[in-house]
Ligand binder design. Structure first.
Ligand SMILES: Cc1cc2nc3c(=O)[nH]c(=O)nc-3n(C[C@H](O)[C@H](O)[C@H](O)COP(=O)(O)OP(=O)(O)OC[C@H]3O[C@@H](n4cnc5c(N)ncnc54)[C@H](O)[C@@H]3O)c2cc1C
Length: 464
């Protein structure tokens, strides 16, 4: 890249690279700052806001809803150089980490102590703990262990005025309002997480991966319900439909059942003594629901390959077209199959091939639509289909994001999930952290009035 005028090429390139996350291209950032320490983060925030810029926190940029994509005149603050695991405390089962530590790296680091970080987003080899906290990330195991919010005890947060606050505590059940819960899932709109105390979970003595194949989607849903109800220690229940199985198999050659209409990939955990019984129970339940194949991975390599196929589904779809649209909706778990069938029907009616992947255990569906983004007709159709899928999730009592967050791409749908009063109060809370509205503005909450309008002076009549 050569730049005849304007900023040096390297600066231009850097700003170009930080313009988008994994899915949404935003405006060109005015500045990209990559600090080394929490103190540098605070200074960067003060400098940027003094220059009239808003702040966009950024981890690895794997987000899929535009949370880390700049809008307007913004400085992107990357947390990637704050990447130290500061302490692991096996007795308390906690780790003190900086936000740029990658999800999988933390679990690898703590494995020697028999511990792991519970949330396992499919992007876990790349995404950061800071990004996981900011998006309240989920993953296959989160059906059993809860999403990221269940694994964060406390955090140190730099606010938009450069000050630093602590949220949460290193002991159970802290008193007072739960400000920790406000930070988790706030997608960078209240502050920048610069340190976090997270819970670690014990690594099970015995873990097995089981593949169940079905001739009908409905049977896979039935098997999921039976497994959940039974209490079998299945820590992941992942669903793929026939079209997704085909592309994942083509991508990874993992030996997936190409003739199946749907398959479940389950992880079962236990001790060396109990795992046999857990597996027998799961096999029985899946067969009762109509599985024509229940196969336990024969080796760790086979299990890893199956999981690579499942976790690589988004990448596999990218083979098919220059663009793909990925949905992230959630419905009550028991209505998942009904929702998937309605999505298939939308695909049939509109002549769009929709591939289905779902965290069946927690009702989180990820329909995938490959398309050619340079074709306006296709883009328009995919957009219309996407809105219809969101309608299905909402009609079924679900929400427009199961785990990827609201960012910028779902912000227009928030008033369909929350009442005006709900949104107003969420706005008040956000303003309490960020009165100057400099933290990732225009994300998550739809066009709020300015914070100045929201904040009621203490001597106002409202208080008397
Ligand atoms: C192939 C693929 C698979 C995926 N699978 C899953 C999945 O299974 N489950 C899931 O939940 N998500 C998944 N995602 C989405 C994404 O990986 C997660 O949302 C992840 O948590 C984002 O982490 P990140 O470090 O990349 O954050 P970024 O994308 O950089 O940022 C995400 C949001 O967090 C904010 N942010 C980042 N760091 C901080 C910080 N330190 N302080 C304050 N705010 C911050 C940003 O402003 C932005 O709003 C997937 C993405 C891809 C590409």
């Amino acid at each position: 890249v050569t730049a005849a005028s304007g900023p040096p090429a390297s600066d231009h390139l850097r700003r170009l690279l930080y313009r988008a996350d994994g899915a949404v291209t935003g405006d060109m950032p005015v500045e990209v700052v990559i600090p080394d320490t929490a103190e540098d983060v605070a200074e960067a925030v003060r400098n940027a806001t003094a220059a009239g810029l808003s702040i966009v926190p950024r981890g690895a940029g794997t987000g899929l809803s535009g949370g880390a994509s700049p809008l307007g005149r913004a400085a992107v603050v990357s947390l990637m150089r704050l990447d130290r695991i500061l302490d692991v405390d096996p007795d308390n089962r906690t780790a003190l980490v900086e936000p740029g530590v990658r999800n999988l790296e933390l679990s690898r680091h703590t494995r020697a102590d028999g511990l792991m970080f519970g949330p396992d987003p499919s992007s876990q080899s790349t995404c950061t703990i800071g990004g996981n906290i900011a998006t309240n990330a989920g993953g296959p195991r989160c059906y059993a262990v809860g999403s990221t919010t269940s694994h964060v005890l406390a955090a140190t947060v730099v606010l938009g005025d450069g000050s630093t606050v602590e949220v949460g505590a290193d002991y159970a059940d802290p008193i007072g309002l739960d400000t920790r819960a406000v930070v988790v899932g706030s997608e960078g709109t209240v502050g920048l997480v610069v340190r976090a105390l997270v819970k670690l979970s014990p690594v099970s003595e015995a873990t097995r991966t089981v593949l169940c194949a079905f001739a009908r989607l409905q049977q896979a849903g039935d098997a999921t319900a039976r497994i959940v109800r039974s209490g079998v220690n299945a820590t992941s229940i992942e669903l793929m439909d026939r079209t997704t199985i085909a592309i994942c198999e083509n991508f990874t050659q993992a030996g997936l059942p190409l003739e199946a209409e749907a398959m479940l990939l389950c992880e079962v955990e236990g001790t060396d003594l109990t795992i046999g019984e857990e597996l027998a129970d799961l096999e029985r339940l899946a067969s009762e629901a109509g599985a024509y194949l229940v196969q336990v991975a024969e080796s760790e390599e086979q299990a890893t390959l199956w999981w690579r196929a499942r976790k690589g589904a988004f990448g596999a779809v990218a083979q098919l077209a220059s663009n793909y649209h990925l949905h992230d909706g959630v419905v009550p778990r028991t209505r998942l199959v009904e929702a998937l069938e309605r999505v298939q029907e939308i695909g049939r009616r509109s002549g769009t091939l929709i591939r289905l992947v779902a965290h069946a255990g927690d009702g989180n569906l990820h329909p995938l639509i490959p398309y050619d983004g340079s074709d306006p007709e296709q883009s328009e159709r995919v957009h219309a289909v996407s809105e219809q899928i969101m309608d299905v999730c909402l009609e079924m009592g679900g929400a427009v994001s199961g785990e990827h967050g609201v960012g910028v791409s779902k912000v227009h749908l928030m008033d369909r999930v929350f009442s005006a009063v709900d949104l107003e109060y969420q706005g008040h809370i956000r303003c309490a952290f960020d009165p100057d509205a400099v933290m990732n503005p225009r994300k998550v909450l739809p066009s709020p009035p300015s914070c100045a309008e929201r904040i009621v002076p203490l001597d106002s009549e409202m208080w008397v």
